[in-house]
Design a protein around this ligand. Sequence first.
Ligand code: B3K
Ligand code: ZN
Length: 875
Amino acid sequence: MSELSTQTASPKAKYRADYIKPDYTITDIDFEFDLYDTATHIVAVSKVVRQVETDAALVLNGDGLELVRVEVNGTAWSDYDVSESSLTLRSLPASFDLTIETLVNPEANTLLEGLYKSGGGFCTQCEAEGFRRITFYLDRPDVLARFTTKVIADKTSFPYLLSNGNRVAEGDLDNGRHWVQWQDPFPKPSYLFALVAGDFDVLRDKFKTMSGRDVELEIFVDKGNLDRADYAMASLINSMKWDEERFGLEYDLDIYMIVAVDFFNMGAMENKGLNVFNSKFVLANSKTATDTDYQGIEAVIGHEYFHNWTGNRVTCRDWFQLSLKEGLTVFRDQEFSSDLGSRAVNRIQNVRIMRGPQFAEDRGPMSHPIRPEKVIEMNNFYTLTVYEKGSEVIRMMHTLLGEEKFQAGIKLYFERHDGTAATCDDFAQAMEDASGVDLTLFRRWYSQAGTPVVTVTTDYNAEQKRYLVTIEQNTAPTAGQDDKLPLHIPMDIELYDSVGHVIALECNGEPIHHVLNVTEAKQVFEFDNVNEKPVISLFREFSAPVVLEYGYSDEELVFLMVHARNEFARWDAGQMLLAKYIRTNIANVQQGKDVELPESVIDAFRGALLDENLDPAFIAEMLALPSENEIAGWYKIVDVDAINAVAGKISAILAYALEDELTAIYRSLSQGEYNLAHEAMAKRALRNRCLSYLAHTEEGNKLVAEQYVSSDNMTDTMASMAAANNAELPCRAEQMTDFSDKWTHDGLVMDKWFMLQGANPAADSLANVRKTMSHPAFDLKNPNRTRNLVASFCANNPVRFHAKDGSGYAFLTEILTALNASNPQVASRLIEPFLKYRVYDEQRQALMRAELEKLAKLENLANDLFEKVQKALDQ
Ligand code: B3K
Ligand code: ZN
């Protein structure tokens, strides 16, 4: 049995256009797992039904499995072929019971797909194609079966035996082992199967659904972690309530279980009734988790819960439709967080992800539409495009339809597709049919990749009191998709007069809705009765995932920072103002000049800082500069050193100019007892933003050091450490030692420390990162540890990663080579910085290309890396 599917020929791509229904389906599966660390026997008895007239071979997927026996209707079957990736059975009746016994080695499973060991327990991860590492099966989402699962294991080591659905029977065996049988009444695709066995502490609660049914809620955590599960439970209850109130959707089983595990490739998994979570998104208390961690827990608990309807009850016909469940579920979790917390702050944070990493994905060699056309390794398509841009596409539908019609569309979607596997087109059709809004053109968002650039020009005619807004849209060619068409872009605008009053939109006496339907390559909108030259607010709420080009003056941006009616637009104006001066200063630095900010710009940010009517969390966002990666995205050729210098100096200029105000606010926001109310989190956010600026001033080291010593919660501790790290303060060394002494035993907390080591701007940072890899809490096999140290260095420390001597690149290749063998899914995330090599200077391009060529030659290069390396080299 080999651990990795060995690569003999180049892996074959699959195309969306090639979808065909399966010849057979499976209606029921009866599973038995006899769990042992290195040799687990799995017996699957499936009811198989042929769906085509003629006799056809049944081709089941498999991966890394040892086949023990095959029976058809209880009799040994010999008419089959087995290969590394399939089991093909022939001469079959039209319907029959198929028994397959396989043998797997969970302990040797470092891929963390299929059945594996995490810490002391067993767990599974099946999406997208991990089920085939458990048994030979029709491992595709359009085969929906009812599952019964019997789990057998040693009773002392694994007192809890869990699977999907309801617990229907249990018993003890003579040899110290015991068993539990589970039954899931809802037919589901194999990717939603889950099994967990282990010894846990359990946090229990109950939820009464809107129709009055009682649901048992159980959160399983490693022993000793019970005091870190409360927030996850509260978030689960809030999610269940919110989905009933906002979407009218009720939970359907009698029990909902969440298990937190330490070894997990991503955030969490929505398996029916039995979510498996990365412990990062469950475990939190004030001593171990930051406010950002708490927000992440709320969002991910919500996300997985919301999948029960959008993903599980209605699933995807094929994996090309992934955005059907992911885009929609991200939209739902964003709305959940916005309804419970600050809508503006949530929107800003989501837009930052779009403008930074998602736009970058659109520009790179892996660029794809939210519904991809061609896939080699499905795990490579759990992307920001499918998830975040997918959610923006749903949000645009929401903007075009309004909440009421959108909800009517959702209702119709469930009426039509509940219990089935559907497509993105099915969703758009339900939205269209329920609302009467024509989405014909809008559907292009599903098939066209890339970020549209929308160029706006305006013209005011004082005599005619007429204001003309001319809009041109253009999407540049992307990898493998040269020809682009105009998209249906909802453009939300507002016009203001000189004192900040909203000007009603009208033309020829008819009112015009504030969301303009931009559908052509070039379009002119006319507004009458405009008594003075207005200031226009464009793409309010980021109403479409586009790049806006409009020649705002500084005065207009400062005006919008103060007068725009919605907070997002005010923030956006501030970002545009900063962007102007970041660009100018980068050009200046490249010519050997100093970094400067005009007094008027500083004053605009002073105004925001001192505005007592604003939510402190929002002010903290107003004062945040775009990330160096986002800035890099504005350039065809990226100058990492100039970007870093300008970002650092602008922070320092603002810090010195606003030092008195920042200090006063920092002091005034000191808090009493720590709590998680929005107001308290908001104050911490602003206070810590002030500290990050003050770190650049004379007093910086003293303030930062004091905060570390006096802090009684992880939010303030981390803020102090991050400030010390970024500003390279003398107190950093002592803090880092103290923190590591205190937390070495706790990998999850140490991840914060690893992240800081990776992001350390010091000149010797790579040497430090290498040294850190031998820290007792580090483990390259644990995806959380690896991501925090390695991705933080390679993706978020551009100056050090892109060191001219290529040392950063060589380091990444070493890591990727090791992970290609043990966990290619994690490797495939880490390789991202190499894919963008085209936007660096020639010397760096050549160095990165050489690393990619080395990787291409690796023996047994996994599909995950093969697909990306190939595309990167082809660009
Ligand atoms: N559906 C899972 C992601 C599975 C990723 C597989 N590589 C979690 C989520 O999106 O909710
Ligand atoms: Zn999801």
